[in-house]
Design a protein around this ligand. Structure first.
Ligand SMILES: [Zn+2]
Length: 348
C-alpha cells in the first residue's frame, strides 16, 4: 500500500470551514434520522478504530487553550461508545485486528499522548461501557512530566492574552483590538501563530519564543501536571488497557534520517516495556505523519502494528504498519457526522 497522509487538522477550523461543514452536518442529521447511516453500517459490517486525544468538559478545554482538533466532551465520548455497542461490538484493539472483516461492525478505542484528563474523564466512560482502550504513550513527555512545546506555548500565551499585558500582546501580533479578552476569537489566531512557529528551524523558533516571553513577562518555567505518570500508566495496564508507543520525543517521523527514526521506535518501545513489564507491539505515528522510511522501519523495529489517522476501515489488505484510525474531536465527530464518515468509508 502506498503511504498516504490524512493527518489530524493542524489548524483550528476557520469560520469559512465551519460554514462549509454546516450543510454536511445537516445532511448527516437528515440521513441519520431516516436510519440510512445505521443501515449502511449494519450491511457493510467492517472494523473501525477510533483515535481520541483529550477528553474535557468545554469550560476546561477553553481554559486550556486546547486545539479544537484534539478534544472531545465526556458526553460525546459516551454517545460514541453507546452507539458502537448498539450497532456492533466495542472490542479491545487486538481483538479487532485479529478479527475478520465479516465479524463487524467492530469498534476499538485508542487515545494518543497520555493526557491526564483521560484518567479523569475517559476512564469513567470506558468503565461504564465495560470497554478497554489502547493508550499510545510518548515516553519523554511521561518521564519528564512536561507538555509538548506547542501545548505549553498555547497555555502560556493564552494566559498572557487574557492578562494585564493582553492588549499589548494583541497589538504585537497585529491582531484586531476588538479580539481583546475574547477567548473564542483569540484561539484560532493563537493556533495560527503556533503553526507558523512550527515551520521555523529549531534554534530560530526557540529564540523567538524566548524573546516573546522576555518582552511580555511570560513565565518560562515548564507546565507540569497534564501528562500521566508511569505509575498511572502501569495502573491502566493492570486494569486491562493496552499500552503502545507514541515515540520518544513526539518527533514527526517524516524526512528524518533512518538512524533517528530507529532510535525513536526502538528506544520508546524499550522504555514502555521496561516501565509496564509487558511486551509492546503497537506504535502510533506522532501527528499521524510518516513517510516511506518511517513506515518501513516500524515493523523492522519489532512492532506488529503501526497506526496512522485516515477515514478508512481496517480490512484484510490493510498494511500492518499503516493501520487507519478515525480521528474524533468536538470539531469533527458529532454522532451523525461520525456515522456519515463511517458510511463514506464503507462506500468508497
Ligand atoms: Zn501525539
Amino acid at each position: 500500500m502506498q503511504p498516504s497522509v490524512d493527518p489530524i487538522p493542524t489548524r483550528a477550523p476557520s469560520s469559512a470551514q465551519s460554514a462549509r461543514r454546516r450543510p454536511v452536518e445537516v445532511a448527516a442529521g437528515v440521513l441519520d434520522s431516516l436510519g440510512l447511516l445505521n443501515g449502511v453500517l449494519r450491511i457493510a459490517r467492517g472494523r473501525y478504530i477510533m483515535a481520541y486525544h483529550r477528553v474535557l468538559p468545554p469550560a476546561e478545554a477553553q481554559a486550556e487553550w486546547c486545539h479544537p482538533a484534539i478534544w472531545i466532551r465526556p458526553k460525546t465520548l459516551d454517545e460514541h461508545l453507546g452507539f458502537f455497542s448498539d450497532i456492533g461490538r466495542l472490542v479491545p484493539l487486538h481483538e479487532l485486528l485479529e478479527a475478520d472483516d465479516a465479524d463487524g461492525p467492530l469498534f476499538a478505542i485508542t487515545f494518543d499522548d497520555a493526557w491526564i484528563d483521560n484518567l479523569t474523564y475517559a476512564i469513567p466512560v470506558l468503565d461504564a461501557h465495560g470497554a478497554k482502550a489502547t493508550f499510545f504513550v510518548p515516553t519523554d513527555a511521561v518521564s519528564t512530566g512536561r507538555l509538548f512545546w506547542t501545548e505549553e506555548l498555547a497555555l502560556k500565551i493564552g494566559a498572557a492574552l487574557l492578562g494585564p499585558r493582553g492588549e499589548a500582546l494583541i497589538a504585537h501580533f497585529g491582531w484586531p483590538p476588538e479580539t481583546c479578552g475574547q477567548g473564542n476569537a483569540l484561539l484560532p489566531r493563537l493556533m495560527e501563530f503556533i503553526e507558523q512557529l512550527k515551520e521555523l528551524p529549531l534554534a530560530e523558533r526557540e529564540h523567538s519564543i524566548e524573546r516573546l516571553y522576555a518582552q511580555f513577562g511570560i513565565p518560562t518555567s515548564p507546565v507540569q501536571g497534564r501528562v500521566m505518570t508511569w505509575d498511572q500508566i502501569r495502573s491502566l495496564s493492570a486494569q486491562g488497557h493496552t499500552i503502545g508507543s507514541h515515540s520518544k520525543t513526539h518527533l514527526i517521523l517524516r524526512n528524518v534520517d533512518v538512524a533517528r527514526v530507529d532510535e525513536e521506535l526502538v528506544e520508546s518501545r524499550r522504555i514502555v516495556e521496561e516501565q509496564i513489564g509487558r511486551p509492546v507491539d503497537c506504535f502510533c505515528f506522532p501527528n499521524a505523519r510518516y513517510d516511506a522510511v518511517s513506515s518501513e522501519r516500524v515493523l523492522a523495529a519489532g512492532y506488529r502494528y503501526g497506526f496512522r489517522i485516515h477515514n478508512l476501515k481496517v480490512t484484510r489488505t490493510t498494511h500492518r504498519a499503516l493501520i487507519p484510525r478515525f480521528s474524533a474531536s468536538e470539531a469533527n465527530a458529532t454522532l451523525p457526522f461520525l456515522k456519515l464518515r463511517f458510511a463514506r468509508a464503507c462506500l468508497t
